[in-house]
Design a protein around this ligand. Sequence first.
Ligand code: CTP
Length: 212
Amino acid sequence: MKFLITAGPTREYLDPVRFISNPATGTLGYFLAKKAMERGHSVSVISGPCNFPEIKGVKKIQVESALEMKSVVEEKFPSCDALIMTAAVSDWRPAKRYGKKLKIKKSWNLKLVPNPDILKSVAKIKKVNQVVVGFALESASIIENAKKKLRWKKLDVLVANTVENFGDSSGNNEIFVLYPDGKIKDCSGYSKRKLASFLVLEIERHNKLKRK
Ligand code: CTP
């Protein structure tokens, strides 16, 4: 299979030296890429700025902003069998990117505009035999919110986890994997490595079912 994996954060620049971002590390994306490669798949990773290590045999495409990530995903998605969107895409970007470094001011209001939802745009061009996996990071009502996201983004698999799992954590908190048929698998306590292995096998299973 051809796997396309997004990982890490995005950076939304305000001027040449300042940006808004988040502490995503790309670790889950790394374990997914490694596992998929070990299983004999062809793997491409679209990574935002993080220390995503080189993996022999895995193609890495470096991006910075959500808009850049969106354009590479849209270019690569039509030829892949599975897209796994682990990236913590910034939901907003500054309305204006200044060309010169801003001078200090006492206080001011920064206007943000929403970034496009990459998974939502992928849903529009998705073919029936493609598997799309999304993530949901929730502070509360994890299952209810995740169910909505699964439908809204037309996903085949949605991994819901809590904000405690974000960033540098070892990932041993609440994790639920949801499917469109209503099934929910409780993966709470899985390490990121174990979750990655589980997801790669799940994607293979989905791919086989879709090809029948
Ligand atoms: N995502 C995306 N494009 C965005 C924002 C998020 O494709 N502009 C993807 C992420 O890669 C992830 C999923 O959508 O797979 C869910 O991201 P999350 O931040 O949990 O949810 P949002 O859809 O942004 O909704 P909210 O923050 O309101 O819960």
